[in-house]
Design a protein around this ligand. Structure first.
Ligand SMILES: O=P(O)(O)OC[C@H]1O[C@](O)(COP(=O)(O)O)[C@@H](O)[C@@H]1O
Ligand SMILES: [Mg+2]
Ligand SMILES: [Mg+2]
Length: 331
């Protein structure tokens, strides 16, 4: 009997173990943020399961209501919203939530919850019924108001620089959870048969340059001269145009390959379409931690002082040199 151990490939580190080891680096850590990340991962597993059965069970189509953004809510928007809010309430770490799908902030009743969560429960709603990648986006802040009291508006209107964690879940050909707590970006792939997220892309960095630009060119006539000139520059450089119409999916592709995603202000939407608190701050934190840049065309997204829960901002995000180039065109 040979005594050499056969080579058994390791499955990889689970999210739970990664969170535990990450927390161990911070002697004063209480474990609350770790538990909150686990609660978000848990809720995303349930959404993953429902999305995978989207065609089989009655979760496609409109819910018949509109959210404060004036958008028709899809059934999966509402289901994802309920699932995440329930997981965050039950987890006990979160005292308040702002969701893209809810007009006002949600007091979870966890008076001793230390954290605030901003969430886009289902991103890319227009792609739900056509089996194209969709996502979830989340930001985590420490509350400003004292423990033991209900959350107040000031707890939610915090600059992106105040985030203590942020990330997204991409429900694509595989389901991935990508997040940062300010110490780099790590990506985990969901292993269905094990029901576990497995570390698949540690210490993610985005290239400083790329050859992909992502924008809805259907808005071309409503774009500023600066943006039009930058688009012409991209075409002269023979960059590839890639646009899925799900922010998380477009962002993720460009993060890995190098590229720029833009949702500028248009004549119609003076502040663009995307929400500062529910979408842009989280992705800006991720991209900066990965070496990229996020701007509204004038300033760093993370420096924007929020004035309302649902405010929209123009977004230029991705590879450092490409975003700086776009801004040089004075969009
Ligand atoms: O259809 P448009 O105008 O290109 O907008 C697409 C953008 O709108 C969004 O769908 C908005 O997000 P929601 O689906 O969460 O409302 C983004 O994911 C996407 O980047
Ligand atoms: Mg969205
Ligand atoms: Mg959404």
């Amino acid at each position: 009997m040979s005594n050499t151990t056969p080579h058994v490939p390791s499955v990889g580190r689970t999210l739970d173990r990664f969170i535990k080891q990450d927390q161990a680096q911070f002697p004063n850590a209480t474990g609350d943020l770790s538990q909150l990340l686990r609660d978000i991962a848990w809720a995303s597993k349930i959404i993953h399961r429902e999305i995978n059965r989207a065609g089989l069970i009655d979760i496609t189509g409109s819910y018949g209501t509109h959210n404060i953004q004036g958008e028709e809510q899809q059934k999966l928007d509402v289901i994802a919203n309920v699932r995440f809010i329930r997981a965050l309430k039950n987890g006990g770490e979160v005292c308040g939530i702002i969701s893209e799908e809810d007009d006002d902030f949600i007091d979870t009743g966890n008076l001793n919850g230390k954290y605030i969560v901003a969430i886009d429960p289902l991103d890319g709603s227009s792609n739900i019924d056509v089996n194209v990648s969709i996502g979830t986006i989340f930001s985590i802040y420490r509350r400003k108001s004292p423990l033991g009291t209900p959350p107040v508006l000031e707890d939610f209107l915090q600059k992106g620089t105040e985030q203590v964690g942020a990330g997204y879940v991409l429900y694509g050909s595989s389901t991935m959870l990508v997040y940062t707590t300010g110490h780099g970006v790590n990506a985990f792939t969901y292993e269905n048969s094990l029901g576990e997220y497995i570390l698949s892309k540690p210490h993610l960095q985005t290239p400083d340059d790329g050859k992909i630009y992502s924008i809805n060119e259907g808005n071309y006539n409503d774009l500023s001269e600066g943006v039009k000139n930058y688009l012409n520059y991209c075409k002269e450089k023979k960059y590839s145009a890639r646009y899925i119409g799900s922010l998380v999916a477009d962002f993720h592709r460009n993060l890995l390959k190098g590229g720029i995603f833009m949702y500028p202000a248009t004549a119609k939407d003076k502040n663009g379409k995307l929400r500062l608190m529910h979408e842009c701050n989280a992705l800006a934190f991720i991209v900066e931690q990965a070496g990229g840049v996020a701007s509204d065309g004038k300033q760093r997204i993370l420096e924007i002082e929020p004035t309302s829960i649902h405010q929209r901002v123009p977004l230029y995000i991705g590879s450092k040199n490409m975003v700086e180039k776009a801004i040089a065109f004075n969009p």
